[in-house]
Write a protein that binds this ligand. Structure first.
Ligand SMILES: [Fe+2]
Length: 193
């Protein structure tokens, strides 16, 4: 369900295994998780119960101490202000870990002299290590529901770089609703070519 893009070259990768391999090479974990565990309208408590084993395993992997469900939609009070906190390039002093249950969003990852974007949707688990320069926004339907993990909730504060790099990248989501011709051809990334 994810789409990995390298904007300057318009390289577009939609194969889960290729996305996983390319992101792993960049130090980013990407996995596809089963979504059938709970109905789409399940409560946050039901979600946390249904995914308890995965939540505990992820805590062991990353030293996270808490997990919770975030759920926003266009009617969420303060949504614009919330999005404005995270749509400018920043880092965190802890990992940003998300398992997407519903909705779509787009992460931009600024790695060295390269910017990659990862559009995430239902079933995608993305783990962005602490210190990674990145920014995030929602796709057009302004909806996302996700499980988040925290090492220390006080640490999940954006530290802005002020680089302005984010202004050079349009948050264009493809998503399942995208009906037009793809802007790029699906290719295997080979930046050494
Ligand atoms: Fe962030």
């Amino acid at each position: 369900m994810a789409v990995l893009r390298f904007p300057p070259e318009e390289q577009v990768i939609e194969s889960d295994s290729e996305i996983r391999a390319n992101l792993a090479a960049l130090g980013i974990d990407y996995e596809r998780w089963d979504l059938s565990r709970v109905p789409a309208d399940a409560s946050a408590e039901a979600v946390l119960t249904a995914y308890a084993a995965e939540i505990e395993e992820m805590k062991r992997r990353g030293g996270y101490v808490t997990a919770g469900v975030i759920d926003v939609n266009p009617e969420t009070p303060g949504l614009d202000a919330m999005l404005a906190r995270f749509d400018k390039e920043h880092t965190h002093s802890e990992d940003e870990v998300r398992f997407i249950l519903a909705g779509r969003g787009i992460f931009f990852l600024h790695l060295g002299d390269m910017v990659a974007s990862v559009e995430v949707g239902p079933g995608d688990m993305l783990r962005v290590p602490k210190g990674t320069t990145h920014w995030f926004t929602l796709c057009e339907d302004r909806r996302i529901r996700a499980i988040r993990w925290f090492q220390d909730t006080a640490g999940w504060t954006p530290h802005y770089t002020g680089s302005g790099v984010d202004k050079d990248h349009q948050p264009l989501c493809f998503g399942p609703a995208y009906l037009g011709q793809r802007a790029g051809t699906t290719v295997t990334l080979d930046r050494n070519a």
